[in-house]
Design a protein around this ligand. Sequence first.
Ligand code: ADP
Ligand code: MG
Length: 372
Amino acid sequence: MASLDKSNILNALATVKDPDKGVDVVAADMVQGLVIKEGHVLFSLEVDPSRGPALEPVRKACEDAVYKVPGVLSVTAVLTAHSGEAPQTAKSAPKAAPKTASAQELNIPGVKKIIAVASGKGGVGKSTVAINLAIALGNQGLKVGLLDADIYGPSVPRMMGIAEKPDTTDGKKLIPHEKYGIKTMSIGYMVDEDTAMIWRGPMVQSALMQMMNDVVWGELDVLVVDMPPGTGDAQLTMAQKVPLAGSVIVSTPQEIALADVRRGIAMFEKTHVPVFGIVENMAYFVSPGSGEKTFIFGEGGARRTAEALGVPFLGEIPIYPAIREGLDEGKPITAIAPQSEEASPFAQLARKVSASLTESSSERAAPKIVIE
Ligand SMILES: Nc1ncnc2c1ncn2[C@@H]1O[C@H](COP(=O)(O)OP(=O)(O)O)[C@@H](O)[C@H]1O
Ligand SMILES: [Mg+2]
């Protein structure tokens, strides 16, 4: 296994020809984002979007060729549309159409609004907020979908208590699972968590686009997207490609988390996505007996950051054991006890988000920059 390196893989790929161009896929500069991890090989083939379906046999041939390399345990190749963001190895490949074109391609019929739930880093409760926000919006009468776009750590299957693979309509389109009044789709329904963890760059984007485009969402008032954590290229590209009506940024109160929040807001600003505001998760711990609040991470940090950055503060979500326990059992608090004290911060958040959605509807056509 030690001898397995990029040149082994590229040599194997160089035996596969692009039938239209008559050159091999390596010479054609199609191979991007090659990742080798303990015998598992992942890469994308960057192609013109219009040729995508026709190149499925080439994708398969690439997988087969790499699989024959000694030491290779698994191979995953995905077709990625050309994007303006040229990956590091692209040298002479012509630049593709501007990003706005790809954003237009991604017009999901029937889905009125898409909002992103994002965070600068993982572990701050992004999925907790995304899931409970989606269910709370549903409780308020909206038709809601939830897309788990956190390919690095999909948690919607566990937190919603869904293990089954989704059905397909004609073998092509995926039917989202319906539970607790919302429709959900997650990469975690299709691959196990370990596979998802090692996805990178172009593969992430390609998988995300498939989950947006190839799912029969039906009529939705709002699709809530649990974004991958961070503010790197994958997140930026996603923010550019998905026509987002707005974003909700989740943070914990600490200084370090707040620095990430600033980067997150800058990312949405760069991509002209309105920032609906910052929600402070794990704001404080409520002692079950006395109801006394303990500010474990300091007090009011996210509120101050929101004020400093000129974005709305969407409220605090305390640490409640019932929030975590519900999600661990696949029974979100907003679904099993919507009237409870623990569910009420999510209900409040949902009201603010739906108000922002209504406000944003009149301004959808023109990109809006929230922070000057
Ligand atoms: N307000 C909260 N109260 C109690 N537990 C929480 C709260 N927010 C998040 N958690 C727990 O913290 C862990 C990390 O949250 P998660 O939503 O998975 O974070 P992320 O998606 O940002 O990585 C989970 O076990 C979750 O149940
Ligand atoms: Mg998560």
